[in-house]
Design a protein around this ligand. Structure first.
Ligand code: PEP
Ligand code: MN
Length: 371
């Protein structure tokens, strides 16, 4: 059960103290307080954990400072979408709004290779009026002998160039807690020219200790990729690890499932789960067509498979597209075969726009029906 308190509740007030004192008397119930500071107000929620079935909604609603009470299902307590749910489904980061109703494209480098390519990529993104990109500095690789990413050495120029081209959010995977500090320190040293969305990759979806550490910081949002060989429920619970540690700015990423049934694609595309994740949780949903498909191959209609599946995801209501581009794919150090060409970026974005408009028309059509 969640008690949603009146906005800007005063924690020093007598009423608040009375509320906590009352909750402490409830047998077998533990409390967990979560405060979220928005631009306009501070929202406090108290989670009641334990045998809450015995508690009456009306009784809890009449307690001091309580505005609303939500009875939650056992699963996905914080990020889940519960019965009669009215809580927000969006957050803002560095001036960019992310929600189940928005759409952002993060076109960029799977792996940073050199400064020149980063600059060409960011300029191309900015020229299209985009403020988000992807830049991989820490790469989890199958082989220990493969390029592992430039790590912290590339961060200063990646962040400076992002500032130069007005990039507001960079999606960047981290694979170890030390990367978190390296990113934080470099952002500070470079004067915070941009923002970073921390990405947890599919190989770390159930790295619970990493999830806890990343979830404990609340300044940067998190993109959690679905685990490639576990159930959707297991991956959604992984997202809940982040939220239960304090960070609710979580975006859930679909990136395909590892199985030969998806051949000749790199993974089996799972974008049919876009509406499922939006129904079960309040998280915005990202699709990664590049790691799903893994090739630049095109259908007889001339449209690359990467773009066909992107359209499928966007048509189903996806809120973010994470997609690999590269100025010279044959020279890319990681995942060159799936990177789209820079000259294709305006075409890609226009195609996404077509799918987005079709999605919005589908929503409007549904709203006109009275059943
Ligand atoms: C990536 O986005 O670069 C990546 C490695 O993705 P995934 O974790 O989905 O394989
Ligand atoms: Mn990759």
């Amino acid at each position: 059960m969640i008690l949603i308190l009146t906005p800007n509740v005063d924690e020093q007030s007598e009423a608040y103290r009375q509320l906590l004192a009352h909750l402490a008397t409830l047998q077998g119930i533990q409390t967990r307080i979560h405060a979220e500071r928005g631009t306009e107000q501070r929202l406090t929620e108290i989670y009641l954990i334990g045998n809450t079935k015995a508690l009456e909604i009306g009784d809890m609603q009449s307690l001091p400072c309580v505005e609303r009470v939500v009875r939650i299902s056992e699963e996905y307590r914080i990020l889940g979408r519960h019965k009669d749910e009215q809580r927000d489904t969006h957050f803002e980061y560095n001036g960019v709004r992310f929600g189940q109703d928005t759409l952002h494209v993060f076109a960029g480098l799977c792996a940073v290779d050199n400064r020149e390519h980063v600059e060409i990529m960011m300029k191309a993104v900015a020229d299209q009026g985009q403020v988000c990109t992807r830049m991989g500095a820490y790469k989890p690789r199958t082989s220990p002998y493969a390029f592992q990413g430039h790590g912290k050495n590339c961060l200063p120029y990646v962040f400076e160039l992002a500032g130069k081209y007005g990039i507001k959010v960079i999606a960047m995977e981290i694979t170890h807690e030390s990367h978190l500090n390296e990113i934080r320190e470099t952002l500070e040293q470079t004067g915070n020219p941009t923002g970073v969305m921390l990405q947890i990759g599919t190989r770390n979806t159930q790295n619970f200790e990493l999830l806890k550490i990343v979830g404990r910081q609340t300044e940067m949002p998190i993109l959690l990729k679905r685990g490639f060989g576990i159930t959707l429920d297991e991956s959604l619970n992984a997202a809940e690890y982040l939220a239960s540690e304090g960070n609710r700015k979580v975006i859930f990423g679909l990136r395909g499932m590892k199985t030969n049934m998806g051949d000749p694609h790199r993974n089996f595309v799972d974008f049919a789960h876009v509406p499922v994740v939006k129904r079960l949780t309040r998280m915005p949903v990202c699709i990664d067509p590049s790691h799903s498909v893994g090739t630049r191959a095109a259908a007889p209609d001339g449209i690359p498979d990467v773009m066909h599946v992107t359209a499928q995801g966007v048509l189903a209501g996806a809120n973010m597209v994470l997609v690999d581009f590269h100025p010279a794919p044959p020279k890319a150090l990681v995942d060159g075969p799936q990177a789209m060409l820079l000259k294709e970026l305006p075409y890609f974005l226009e195609d996404v726009q077509i799918a987005r408009e079709a999605y919005l028309r589908r929503v409007a059509l549904r709203q006109k029906q009275n059943f």
